[in-house]
Design a protein around this ligand. Structure first.
Ligand code: BES
Ligand code: MN
Ligand code: MN
Length: 452
């Protein structure tokens, strides 16, 4: 019944999603403020027509939050769906094969910024809700909270959650904003990494200098920054910041075996990324390196002359953006502090160093022995014919830890993207099969969860 409904309405679902994807809701770009709001209003409309009895655009200091609910029976359990309608900036634009905000279908995949992260996945929930309303299948309460600032740190969502605890009263949080191993091997994410995001600035002389006149006699901030950054890892790929690993929960042998049971093809992985070899902390597998080990990476570095041709210049300043992915039980604030102290301490006396913290977020582990996980597992089994494998994802959704802390709620991470969907990259895409199967699985989740 559900399958037929989706099949019959699939083209409309897709054309609606395309309309949403055409709105460039880039939260980081202040010039897109109105577009971000437009994307919120689009969602409000769709939730209303799908059958919500209340939909609100909740103002924040930043971009608005879309809240909706359908209360079937207050004595029944409530599912709170969380997602985000904001997207990452689309640049570098010239690397897109088709414009990021003009969605197209190629090889049965939707290409557009936000196709997978997270508009495409949020829209599965909207359409699953519509299907359940139309087919009279919704047997528990549902609330939606979809924000427009996930990609910039969810600062205002934290405040919203703290101020609206009774409105957000629910029994479980349901999120589709993570990855699936493959359609042959469905999986449920049971852990996410946290984040500390830093920016550093190294200043040398009070102005850019001629690199011949002064070169060799004055510290070059770019050279200094590079050696400082290089020293942040040792020869075993471990981060050298004192105390960095102190709180890291080491996995038991049984946990490691379980984690590495997930199918992983190293050759396919290398091929897909166009690399000849991988790299990471010694003694850990790739799945462990991205799932349960903390990391430090430079995300951007700049300074000096980068224009056309050659300009002989010894720059006054050099900067870098550095992210650290955290695992249980590391704490973002503490790691930020350890980084700051360490980075300042390794600065040579011939430069000045400034360290600034951007947003952070805590790591999260979700339950696997709960009614909600079981319902999700049963839903995957029903739709994919296989028991889903629990996996740890390397990305971050800081709000998961916040939900647990502020609302005492567990989250089920039922994501349908693939790691290879190029989220945050040019040519982001999302499989139409993922979209369709996702809707089916979500409907099945409600069915199993309501029975518990
Ligand atoms: N959906 C991603 C996180 C993600 C991606 C989790 C893939 C699991 C698998 C989310 O939109 C995101 O990009 N989060 C940011 C963190 C945020 C604080 C900016 C991230 O992970 O960089
Ligand atoms: Mn996301
Ligand atoms: Mn993202």
């Amino acid at each position: 019944m559900v399958k037929q409904y989706i099949e019959k309405n699939k083209d409309r679902f897709l054309s609606e999603l395309f309309e949403w994807l055409r709105i460039p809701s880039i939260s980081a770009d202040s010039r897109r403020k109105l577009d971000v709001r437009k994307a919120a209003e689009f969602l409000r409309e769709k939730l209303l027509t799908a059958g919500a009895d209340k939909v609100e655009i909740c103002e924040t200091k930043g971009h608005p939050i879309v809240y909706a609910e359908r209360i079937v029976d207050p004595s029944k359990p409530t599912v709170l769906v969380y997602g985000h309608y904001d997207v990452q900036p689309a640049d570098p634009l010239d690397l897109w094969h088709s414009p990021p905000f003009e969605p197209v279908i190629k090889d049965n995949k939707i290409y557009a910024r936000g196709a997978c992260d997270d508009k495409g996945q949020v829209y599965m929930h909207v359409k699953a809700f519509e299907a359940m309303m139309k087919l009279n299948l919704l047997s528990c309460n549902v609330k939606f909270m979809v924000e427009g600032e996930e990609e910039v740190g969810s600062d205002n969502l934290g405040i919203f959650v703290k101020e609206n605890k009774s409105k957000l009263k629910a029994d479980v949080i349901l999120i589709s904003d993570t990855a699936l191993i493959s359609l042959e091997h469905p999986s449920i994410t049971t852990g996410l990494r946290g984040l500390s995001y830093m920016e550093v600035e190294v200043t040398g002389p009070n102005r850019d200098l001629h690199s011949g006149v002064y070169g060799g006699a004055v510290a070059n901030p770019i050279n200094v920054l590079c050696s400082m950054i290089a020293s942040l890892h040792d020869e075993n790929g471990r981060v050298t910041i004192p105390g960095f690993y102190d709180r890291v929960v080491e996995l038991t042998e049984a946990d490691r075996i379980a984690l590495n049971k997930a199918p992983f093809d190293l050759n396919a992985y290398k091929r897909e990324l166009g690399i000849d070899d991988i790299k990471g902390e010694k003694g850990f597998t790739t799945l462990e390196r991205t799932g349960v080990r903390p990391t430090l990476d430079v995300n951007g570095i700049w300074g000096g002359y980068t224009g056309e041709g050659a300009k002989t210049v010894l720059p006054s300043k050099a900067s870098a953006k550095i992210s650290m992915r955290l695992v249980p039980n590391q704490q973002s604030a503490e790691i930020t502090e350890l980084f700051t102290k360490h980075f300042e301490s390794i600065a040579p006396g011939n430069v000045k160093v400034k360290v600034m913290a951007h947003h952070g977020g805590e790591p999260a582990v979700t339950q696997t022995e709960s009614a909600s996980y079981e319902a999700a597992s049963n839903a995957f089994e029903e739709v994919f014919g296989k028991t889903p494998i629990p996996t740890r994802d390397g990305g971050s959704i800081p709000i998961v830890a916040l939900f647990k802390r502020e609302l005492g709620l567990d989250t089920v991470l039922m994501g349908f993207g693939f790691d290879s969907d190029a989220i945050h990259s040019p040519n982001e895409h999302y499989g139409i099969n993922n979209f369709v199967l996702g809707i089916e699985t979500i409907v099945a989740f409600y069915k199993h969860y309501s029975k518990k």
